[in-house]
Design a protein around this ligand. Structure first.
Ligand SMILES: [Zn+2]
Length: 91
């Protein structure tokens, strides 16, 4: 489980995501399939909120070790966008 705190902590992962440009598919709100189009490697990222803290989990090797991977960075940006859109419906 990776705790999402500051963007600075995710910076390396975000930079990697910008280079790799993985494809993010939304399974449902909070669950994403991230595919590296070059290698075909596919991982599942879950985003969740617990006690006001945001966490993510990725099925890749780095993610299993609790390291910020670019799959999490990619899924988190999609997740934040979805959450913002969902919030806009209630206004
Ligand atoms: Zn990962």
């Amino acid at each position: 489980m990776i705790q999402l705190t500051t963007a600075a902590k995710l910076e390396n992962a975000i930079n990697k995501a910008r280079t790799v440009k993985p494809f993010v598919r939304v399974n449902r709100f909070g669950s994403y399939t991230v595919t590296n189009k070059a290698t075909g490697a596919t991982y599942t990222v879950e985003c969740m909120k617990r006690d006001g803290k945001r966490f993510a989990h990725c099925t890749c090797k780095a993610g299993e070790l609790g390291k910020e991977c670019y799959h999490v960075a990619s899924a988190a940006s999609a997740h934040i966008q979805l959450a913002a859109e969902a919030a806009s419906f209630t206004n």
